[in-house]
Design a protein around this ligand. Structure first.
Ligand code: SF4
Ligand code: SF4
Length: 160
């Protein structure tokens, strides 16, 4: 369960963050869904069946880190906006974080936006490097931003 402030602590986050050797191999999802809620569209969204719920729909999603390809198809299907894809192989010293974005205006590729941590605190300017927003995503765009590698587990939202 989450703490009362709703912000995931490092201890709670630890099991859902892929191990260093998997992160080093390239894009992989981080599913920050830590509550037992009746929800499972992430499971059927994954084309390689990397997301499992052993106890049924109210269980928490478990990601098989080595099966996940980092494709990001699960990101817009999560109503809780709880799924991220990180890529530690972006460029030397820099990583990317992909996330859902449901507000308007949707930022454009190349645009500078403000990165926010889980508490909504401003942690600096970052560049949008990819925007995926097809009609099938139903107004949930997937935004990929370029971030310093040491911020990959800290930045979790943007402000346009
Ligand atoms: S990023 Fe792609 S492969 Fe990984 S869990 Fe999501 S849908 Fe599956
Ligand atoms: S779709 Fe999102 S909120 Fe629902 S179980 Fe999966 S990760 Fe959690």
């Amino acid at each position: 369960m989450l703490k009362n402030d709703g912000i995931i602590s490092p201890e709670e986050l630890s099991p859902v963050v892929p191990p260093a050797d998997r992160l080093a191999r390239g894009p992989v999802a981080i599913i920050e869904c830590l509550q037992d809620i009746p929800c499972d569209p992430c499971v059927s969204a994954c084309p390689v069946k990397a997301i499992k719920m052993k106890e049924g729909i109210t269980d928490r999603p478990l990601l098989e880190f080595d099966t996940c390809t980092g494709c990001g198809l699960c990101i817009p299907k999560c109503p809780g906006l709880a799924i991220f894809v990180v890529n530690m192989k972006h460029t030397p010293g820099m990583a990317t974080v992909s996330m859902s974005y449901e507000q308007l205006p949707v930022p454009e590729k190349g645009q500078e936006v403000t990165a926010l941590d889980r508490s909504g605190k401003d942690v600096g300017k970052v560049k949008v490097v990819r925007v995926v927003n097809p009609p099938g995503y139903d107004h949930t765009a997937v935004i990929t931003i370029e971030v310093p590698a040491d911020q990959v587990n800290n930045i979790r939202a943007i402000r346009v």
